[in-house]
Structure formats: C-alpha cells, structure tokens
Write a protein that binds this ligand. Structure first.
Ligand SMILES: Cc1ncc(COP(=O)(O)O)c(C=O)c1O
Length: 390
C-alpha cells in the first residue's frame, strides 16, 4: 500500500498508525466491490432512480450571447440534494453497507456533502454523524436543518476558524477513537489514500456523460471544460472524462477570496507551497514555518487550505491549468447568470461562471465550453442578499 495513492509526488497516507487498518479495510472493500455486478447494479439503480442521473447537458443561450462564445452547462445542480455530492455519498455509503458498517461520519463545509450523506444514510438505514465548522453552521443553516430532518446528528466544531478544515480535524479525531464500527464518508478527492481514488471513481459519471453528450449535442468534443475547485471532486469528475483528449483545454477555478493581491488565504494551487495536511501531500496554504493559513472565501464549500493530490499533479504536468476569481467577481457572476438563465448557481459553481465572464472578448465566438454546474444556489440566497446590502 505504501506506493499506492500517489499522484506523482503528491497524495499518500500520512496518518496516525491507528487509522491504517481502517484505511486498508476501505481500500480492500473498494477494489472488491466496485466492479462486483450486484454492487454496480445497485449503485447504477440509485444513480438513475434516486439521484436523477444522467444529468442534462444544457446550452445556456442567453449567457452564451453575453460572453460571446458557446457555453454548455452540465446540470449537476439538478441532482437530488442539489449538488454533485450525492454521486459520492451513494457510492461510499453503499460500500459501508457492503462492509457491514452501521455508523457513518462525514465532514461538511457548505453543508452539501453533509446533506447528501444524511439523505443517503436515511435511505440505507445507517446512523450518521456530521461534523461542521461553527461558522459554516451559521452561514449554511438551511442545510443544517435538512440534515437533522433526515435523522443525522450535526456536531458543530468551534475550534480554529470554524470551517471545513476544522470539521475534518474533528471527524478524523472521532474516527481514530471509533474505527471498528464507523465508516468515514470523505467528501472530496483529498485526504489520505484511498479517498482521492474512491471519491474520483464515484464522480466519474459526470465526465463520462458529458463526453458522450458533447458528441451528441455539439457534434464534437468541447474546446474547453471548466469547473470550480475546492477539494476538487466535481472538477476531477468532469476532467476525468477528457483526460486523454489532448485538444480539450482543462481549466479549474479556485477562490481568491478578497483578491490574490490582497490575501494569501485562498487559491491553493496559485499561491500554495507543497506540504502535508489531512493525511496527504499537496499544495497547501501555509506560512514560512509550515503553519497552515486560515482561508477566506465567500463560498463555504471552497474554503479549504489544501487541494486534491491529482490536481497538484495535473497542475505540475501542465495538463490542466488553474486560475482564481475573487468574491466580488463571484457575486457578479451569480447575479448575471441567474438573470440570464433563470438558474441560481451555487456560489462554488459561480467561480467557474465568473472565470468565463473574464473570457468575454478573449475566446473566439466559435469556442464551445462545458461548465460543470456543481450545485444549486438556494443555500446561498441569504449570503448573496447580505452582500448586496453592504
Ligand atoms: C455545490 C458545490 N460545489 C463545489 C464544492 C467543492 O467541492 P469539490 O471541489 O470537492 O467539488 C462544494 C463543496 O461543498 C459544493 O457544495
């Protein structure tokens, strides 16, 4: 297992010894069941009839006119729960069930992974405990109510900045003390091996569908694919479908908070330095002595100082490019897209929309872009309203 889970120099599993058997148990079960016909058929049925896959690829006509090139939207916002997170929770919770685990834990930032885990736990009869930073409990309160209605216990985490990294800290701490009967449903393609590999696997339907829909709808592959990058799961799901299509340009969009020139507290791939965090080696926002920086982004789901190891490798190899937009651009993008398309995008997804707006007058009019709309923005309406009044 020592060489597994590496993406070039990134990834790995830098964890306390007590967690290694639990990670190995999950890895073994993943490889045993992922291609098992019964498991695959059960998951496929849940994807189709519970979550709502395949999601449409929709031509955003008025937004395309606004930016001056063709924008196609992969509608992950239409999935049950309102985000791509359910792809992963269905896969991991089913795996937990096949492993005869009865209890699951998860961390959450925007509340979308916590909600997806809570829904899936209710569906499969599992007991769920969700760790969530105290700041995020406040700014994503609607999702907290929904999680509790599904029967999950929400554990607010007041340490640190009360955001995603603190929720993961507490979840890992709890897991260390409860590994025998508890499965940790990790929410993104980061953390220790095997999570980056497992979460990617369960998010690959996004890219597989988008590639064949592109051929059917546009008549060819897109010129550019783009998605927001927090830990990196919705983006890796989309990117994975096009990795070998060398002519397809891949663009990941990170949060720059109040702006790259004013802060070092966001845009991990742009300004981070290599370090180890939450069990994996990746780019990381840290100071000169390795102390992890506090992050600040208007979107709770992107408020994280590290990033998935595969993204680090894609950046270094040059296969994907990464850029960042600030909170103000994100709020503008949210407003413009909603008014032109009648779709409220999640603030996370609005980062990718904001980058497209910066490409107005830059990309030729015949350019075809696929944008992954990772989630819907209902959860963000209050934040947008508060910022409008400021
Ligand atoms: C709607 C939405 N998009 C994107 C993200 C970021 O996560 P990831 O980078 O793993 O897709 C989140 C995280 O909570 C989210 O809720």
């Amino acid at each position: 297992m020592k060489h597994k889970g590496r993406f070039g120099q990134f990834g790995g599993f830098y964890v306390p010894e007590v967690l290694i058997p639990a990670l190995e148990e999950i890895e073994d079960a993943f490889y045993r069941f992922k291609d098992d016909p019964k498991f695959a058929a059960e998951l496929d049925n849940l994807y189709k009839n519970y979550a709502g896959r395949p999601t449409p690829l929709y031509f955003a006509q008025r937004f395309s006119k606004h930016v001056g090139f063709n924008v196609y939207i992969k509608r992950e916002d239409l999935l049950h729960g309102g985000a791509h997170k359910v792809n992963n929770t269905l896969g991991q919770c089913l795996l937990a069930k096949y492993m005869n685990k009865t209890k699951i834990i998860a961390e959450t930032g925007a509340g979308q992974h916590g909600l997806a885990t809570s829904m899936t736990a209710a569906l499969l009869g599992l007991e769920a405990k969700i760790f969530m930073g105290a700041l995020d409990v406040k700014r994503q309160s609607v999702n907290v109510h929904k999680m509790r209605l599904c029967g999950a216990e929400v554990c607010p985490v007041s340490g640190g900045t009360g955001t995603l990294k603190d929720a993961i800290n507490d979840a890992l701490r709890y897991w260390t003390a409860n590994i025998t009967d508890t499965f940790y449903v990790f929410g993104s393609v980061c953390g220790p091996h095997p999570f980056p590999t497992i979460v990617k696997h369960f998010q690959t339907p996004i890219g597989i569908e988008a590639r064949s829909q592109s051929i059917n709808t546009i008549g060819r592959l897109p010129d550019i694919i783009t998605a927001c990058v927090g830990g990196g799961s919705n983006s890796i799901g989309l990117f994975s479908g096009f990795m070998d299509d060398k002519d397809v340009r891949i663009v990941g969009v990170e949060p720059a908070g109040r702006g790259l020139d004013t802060t070092e507290h966001a845009a991990t791939l742009a300004v981070g330095k290599i370090g180890v965090f939450h069990g994996a080696k990746s780019y990381l926002l840290q100071d000169d002595v390795g102390q992890v920086h506090e992050t600040e982004s208007i979107s709770a789901g992107l408020d994280y100082p590290a990033v998935g190891p595969e993204h680090c490798q894609l950046k270094d190899s040059g296969r994907a490019e990464y850029t960042a937009v600030n909170d103000e651009q994100v709020l503008d993008a949210f407003g413009i897209f909603t008014k032109l398309e009648g779709i409220l995008p999640a603030l996370e997804s609005s980062h990718a929309i904001a980058w497209l707006i910066t490409q107005k007058g830059v990309l030729p009019s015949e350019t075809n872009v696929i944008l992954n709309l990772s989630g819907r923005g209902d959860k963000d309406v209050d934040i947008v309203e508060q910022n409008r009044q400021m």
